[in-house]
Ligand binder design. Structure first.
Ligand code: MN
Length: 432
C-alpha cells in the first residue's frame, strides 16, 4: 500500500481533516495538529502538501494492521522478520529528480517555541555499510540548504554503522525516506535483528517490500520523497534544542552532519510530519516495544496483554496483564519487563479481570490489591531512558514495579461483585 493510497483510504472513510488555506510551517501547523484529534492533510504549507497525525490512536493503528485494538501485540508478536524482498528498477519516487539540493524548499516544520531549528521528524534513515543495512527513524535538524544534523543514539544500529565507517575515515551512505507504506514505517520503528527491518515489513504486509537503488547504492522502498546523501565521518554540530516524547526539551549535544547530494520525489509529494510528544509519536515509539515486553513476560508467567500507557508517554510506564499461576508471578513479570525494555521506569502488573486500557481500572487494582511493603519492588541505579528529565546524568534511574495482582490464597477476598443479568429479568417478570 502506498502512502497516498493509505491517506486516500482515510479520506474515503471520512476520517481525514483537510485544510486548503495556507498554513505556516512555523508553529501554526503544529498548533493545528495538536488540537485536531484526527489525521490532518494540509494542502498548502509553503506550497506543499503535509500530513500530520497519520496514525494518532491505537484504534487507527489497529485498523492499519487489520486487527482489533486488544490484539495489536498478538499480531506484532506473531510476525517473524523473515519476509522476502523484491529489488526493482522503476519507482514512482523517481518522477522528479533534483540534483540542485535545496532542503529549504521542503515544508520542514518548526514545532515548539524554543526549538533550535526546523526538524524532519518522520524520516526513515536507511544506511548501508560493509554489507550491512539498517532502517530507523532519527530526528533531523535543518542546518543548511544541503545539511542536516542527525541525532544518533548509542548503541542503536545506525549509530554503530556510522561508527564503523567513521573509524575507517569513510562517510556513511544514507537515504532518508519520507512517506512510504505505513506498515514499513512501523516496521522500521521496531527493534528487529540487524538489517531485518524490511523483511519484517514484508512479513507484516504479507507481500514483499519492493526496493529500488538510489544513486549512492542505498536501497529504499517507494516513497513520496527520498533524500540521498552521506553522514560525515568527522563533521559534528550542536543539535537541539528539541522536544522529545515527554514534551520537555532534550539536551543539546554535538551530533554528526548529514550532507544531502540529491532529492528524488513523486510529483506533488506529500510530506509526513510527526508532532513531537503527540499520540502519533508516542504510539510509534512505544507500541513496537510492547511485543518485546509481552514475549519476555511470557517466559516467566502466563501473560495476557501489555500496554505502554499514554500518560507515561507510551515509553516510561507499562501495565502488564497476567493470568497468575503461582505466588510471586507478579514480581517475576516485573523483572522480565524491566529487562525487556530498558527505558521503562514504572510498571503495574494486574490480573486478567482488569481492563488495562482503562486507567481507572488500573487505579482500582492498585487501590484494592496492593500492600506497599510487600508489593512494591524498588530497583535503584539501573539504566533508564535518556529522555527522562528525572534521570541521572549517567543515564541511570530508579525503577519501581507494582504488583497489583490478587493474593492467590485469598482469591475470594478480591472477587468483584457482579449483578447477574438473568436475575434482573426474573425479578422484572414477576407480577407486582
Ligand atoms: Mn536495526
Amino acid at each position: 500500500m502506498s502512502f497516498r493510497y493509505f491517506i486516500n483510504q482515510l479520506k474515503e472513510s471520512g476520517k481525514l481533516v483537510e485544510i486548503s488555506q495556507p498554513v505556516s510551517p512555523r508553529f501554526e501547523a503544529s498548533r493545528i495538529a495538536k488540537t485536531t484529534p484526527a489525521p490532518v492533510l494540509f494542502h498548502n504549507i509553503s506550497g506543499s502538501k503535509v500530513i500530520m497525525n497519520l496514525l494518532g490512536s491505537r484504534e487507527e493503528l489497529a485498523s492499519m494492521l487489520g486487527v482489533p485494538k486488544e490484539e495489536i501485540i498478538k499480531k506484532l508478536s506473531e510476525v517473524c522478520p523473515e519476509g522476502t524482498l523484491k529489488l526493482v528498477s522503476e519507482s514512482p519516487t523517481l518522477e522528479v529528480v533534483e540534483d540542485q539540493v535545496d532542503l529549504t524548499k521542503l515544508p520542514i516544520l518548526t514545532h515548539f517555541e524554543k526549538d533550535g531549528a526546523p526538524y524532519i521528524t518522520a524520516g526513515i534513515i536507511v544506511s548501508e555499510y560493509g554489507g550491512i543495512m539498517n532502517a530507523s527513524i532519527h530526528r533531523l535538524m535543518l542546518v543548511g540548504k544541503d545539511k542536516l544534523a542527525i541525532r544518533l543514539v548509542s548503541p542503536r544500529h545506525t549509530y554503530l554503522l556510522h561508527k564503523k565507517a567513521a573509524e575507517k575515515g569513510e562517510p556513511l551512505p544514507i537515504a532518508i525516506v519520507l512517506g512510504c507504506d505505513p506498515k514499513i514505517i512501523y516496521a522500521t520503528s521496531t527493534r528487529v535483528p540487524v538489517g531485518k527491518e524490511f523483511e519484517y515489513a514484508s512479513a507484516l504486509r504479507g507481500a514483499p517490500v519492493e526496493l529500488f537503488e538510489c544513486s549512492n547504492r542505498v536501497k529504499v522502498p517507494h516513497a513520496e520523497i527520498v533524500l540521498e546523501g552521506y553522514i560525515s565521518s568527522v563533521e559534528k554540530i550542536e543539535e537541539g534544542p528539541f522536544v522529545d516524547i515527554t514534551g520537555t526539551y532534550d539536551v543539546v549535544r554535538k551530533e554528526p552532519v548529514a550532507n544531502i547530494t540529491r532529492i528524488i520525489h513523486r510529483k506533488d509529494p506529500i510530506y509526513h510530519g510527526i508532532l513531537p510528544a503527540s499520540p502519533e509519536h508516542h504510539l510509534m515509539m512505544g507500541v513496537p516495544y510492547e511485543p518485546r515486553i509481552y514475549r519476555a513476560v511470557g517466559e516467566v508467567t502466563n501473560v495476557r496483554n501489555v500496554v505502554l500507557t499514554e500518560g507515561g508517554c507510551c515509553y516510561l510506564h507499562a501495565v502488564i496483564q497476567i493470568e497468575k499461576q503461582t505466588e510471586g508471578d507478579g514480581k517475576n513479570a516485573i523483572l522480565a519487563a524491566f529487562a525487556a525494555h530498558t527505558s521503562l521506569k514504572h510498571l503495574v502488573v494486574v490480573d486478567d479481570d482488569i481492563n488495562i486500557f482503562d486507567p481507572k481500572d488500573v487505579d482500582f487494582a492498585i487501590a484494592t490489591r496492593v500492600k506497599g511493603d510487600i508489593d512494591i519492588l524498588i530497583i535503584p541505579n539501573v539504566r533508564g531512558s535518556s529522555l527522562d528529565p528525572r534521570g541521572a546524568p549517567d543515564g541511570t534511574t530508579t525503577k519501581v514495579g507494582i504488583d497489583a495482582t490478587k493474593v492467590l490464597k485469598e482469591k475470594e477476598n478480591f472477587e468483584r461483585a457482579v449483578i447477574p443479568e438473568e436475575q434482573i429479568k426474573d425479578t422484572l417478570s414477576e407480577p407486582l
